[in-house]
Write a new protein. Structure first.
Length: 555
């Protein structure tokens, strides 16, 4: 192990400017040939992570699950799904990552369990008012026999948010019906999750990504209001379902557990909240960091990028944390595809998932027309901006290959509950969860020895890891070069904006003289005499072409 790797293992602030690589384990690599990615597959491909040059791995849910929501319906928070491996496999993977200087971050899903969790099975077998039901959110139905739901609230995945259990009571599920919401007012729930945090921390886990972090604390009134009223309620920290101030009491308890370890365990909140509410989640007394999804929801537009960057650096300063940068993840259309489609123009305030590409997905990938080449060119340029910024960057598996979203998956092969619960109106997230191509041939392009659990398109062959590994101009080569340079050039968490004389050209300098210049437009931009360290696309003499980003330093 190198000195830098040893220092990373003991550095308490390693997470502040880390590059974290998200692995969706069921689609990363299949180690046993059953068509589903697993922990053994990750272990077998660990050299890819080493050569890529990331600092940490975020492992999406690997727990026992019926896959009603891609593993985010958890049967047991302290075990591994037998389809994915064993606790011994998990321990081996964690040890192997640590050996090469990488941290392990795991997904935690505290807002809801699965309906197969032992607690929920006990709740269904128990009577009204029982301690078993008190771990979840049950309400009596309306009407003389309780056959009508307690309220007309919709689930985020479509359909109603209340499900009957046959005795006049209904349970709340803000996501799929197989995901009953836990009652975080219950001391038993709180204590059990503290046990879970220690269970994984004791096994060497370095941090946690907290799913739906803004949803745990709820205060449902006796008379449940109609959804038309609830969705328009205002008052920061006082919504009955989301982003209540009391949620931070929970995370203060978690922080006490994190600080029992050396170095302290880290956490990052997936909290879809107004920007000025993020610092509370990212505070040193709470989770410590919160996702900033603003670039993910932005069009490829220079003024928008500058506003997002400026605002989020200011928010990070308020919390004392570092900000996070995200362009793709397991919930959204991949950014090369978003950038190759007509701009969205604005975020949809009623959706927690960016709508970029929604119409294109519904058409099966035919309308509007996707400019694949332009989308990838812009994606490469945006990635160099992301990796030049102070703070941590979260990469999603496959983006280092320049993968586009996969459209046209047949309905009978789809898996996302959003597709089925919305009657196909929401196509869902399967297109960014298609298993990765490792080789140019084979029934699943090297993902496993047999077919993959989601269909892979023919164009995956040309983007396989083995193909790009031989091409110095590939997207994979760009990511490797950028991550290597980032380690060398990283400085304190600040930047200075530079005047370019053009609204469509952004430039900023980091404290050590490292400069990032990005041309969002179509007209070339004249280069200075600085030394060009890296370019997202080939340069045109002494000019910076459109949709291109460069890193420079004084010559």
């Amino acid at each position: 192990m190198t000195d830098s790797m040893i220092n990373a293992q003991t550095d308490h602030s390693w997470w502040r400017q880390a590059v974290v690589y998200q692995i969706y384990p069921r689609s990363f690599a299949d180690g046993n040939g059953d068509g589903i990615g697993d922990l053994r597959g990750v272990i077998n491909r660990i050299d890819h992570l080493r050569k890529l040059g990331v600092d940490a791995v975020w492992l999406s849910p690997f727990y026992p699950s019926a896959l009603a929501d891609g593993g985010y319906d958890v049967d047991d928070y302290r075990d591994v799904d037998p389809l994915l491996g064993t606790l011994a496999d998990f321990d081996e993977l964690t040890a192997r990552l640590h050996e090469i200087g990488l941290k392990m971050i795991i997904d935690l899903v505290p807002n809801h369990s699965s309906d197969r969790h032992v607690w929920f099975r006990e709740a269904l077998a128990a009577p009204k008012g029982s301690p078993a039901r008190a771990r979840y959110i049950f309400r009596d139905g309306l009407g003389p026999d309780g056959s009508e739901p307690p309220a007309d609230w919709p689930s985020i995945f479509g359909g109603p948010a209340w499900e009957p259990v046959g005795d006049g009571q209904w349970y709340l599920h803000l996501f799929a019906k197989e995901q009953p919401d836990l009652n975080w007012d219950n001391p038993e729930v709180r204590a059990d999750f503290l046990h879970t945090l220690r269970f994984w921390s004791d096994r060497g886990v370095d941090g946690f990504r907290v799913d739906v972090a803004h949803g745990l604390a709820k205060r449902l009134p006796v008379e449940l209001p109609p959804w038309s009223e609830l969705r328009t309620r205002t008052g920061a920290g006082q919504h009955p379902l989301w982003d209540r101030d009391e949620v931070h009491d929970i995370y203060a308890e978690w922080r006490a557990v994190f600080n029992e370890y050396t170095p302290p365990r880290t956490a990052v909140a997936e909290a879809w909240v107004d920007a000025d509410r993020r610092p509370s989640y990212a505070s040193a007394e709470g989770l410590g960091q919160a996702f900033n999804f603003d670039l993910l929801q932005s069009d490829y537009d220079a003024p928008s990028f500058r506003t997002v960057i400026t605002e989020n650096l200011e928010l990070a300063a308020r919390s004392g944390s570092s900000t996070t940068w995200v362009l793709s993840n397991h919930d959204v259309v991949r950014h090369p595809t978003r950038y190759g489609l007509p701009p969205l123009g604005a975020k949809d305030p009623d959706s927690v998932i960016a709508k970029h590409g929604a119409d294109w997905l519904r058409s099966g990938g035919t309308e509007p027309k996707l400019d694949r080449e332009l989308g990838l060119r812009r994606a490469r340029a945006a990635t160099l901006i992301e990796l030049a910024l102070p703070g941590s960057a979260y990469l999603y598996q496959g983006e280092e290959l320049g993968l586009h979203e996969v459209a046209g998956i047949p309905a009978d092969q789809r898996q996302d509950p959003a597709f089925f619960r919305s009657g196909g109106e929401q196509i869902g997230r399967d297109g960014c969860r298609v298993p990765l191509p490792w080789t140019a041939t084979g029934s699943s392009y090297g993902f496993g020895s047999g077919p993959a659990h989601l269909p892979q398109p023919d164009w995956f062959a040309g983007l396989a890891v083995e193909v790009q590994d031989r091409d110095p101009d590939s997207t994979l080569a760009l990511y490797r070069a950028a991550l290597r340079l980032r380690r060398e050039l990283q400085a304190e968490e600040s930047l200075t904006w530079l005047d370019t004389g053009r609204e469509d050209v952004l430039a900023f300098r980091r404290p050590n003289g490292w400069t990032c210049v990005s041309n969002f437009g179509s007209e070339p931009y004249p280069l200075t005499a600085d030394e060009v360290l890296l370019s997202s696309s080939p340069l045109d003499g002494d000019e910076l072409p459109g949709a291109t980003t460069i890193w420079t330093r004084p010559a």
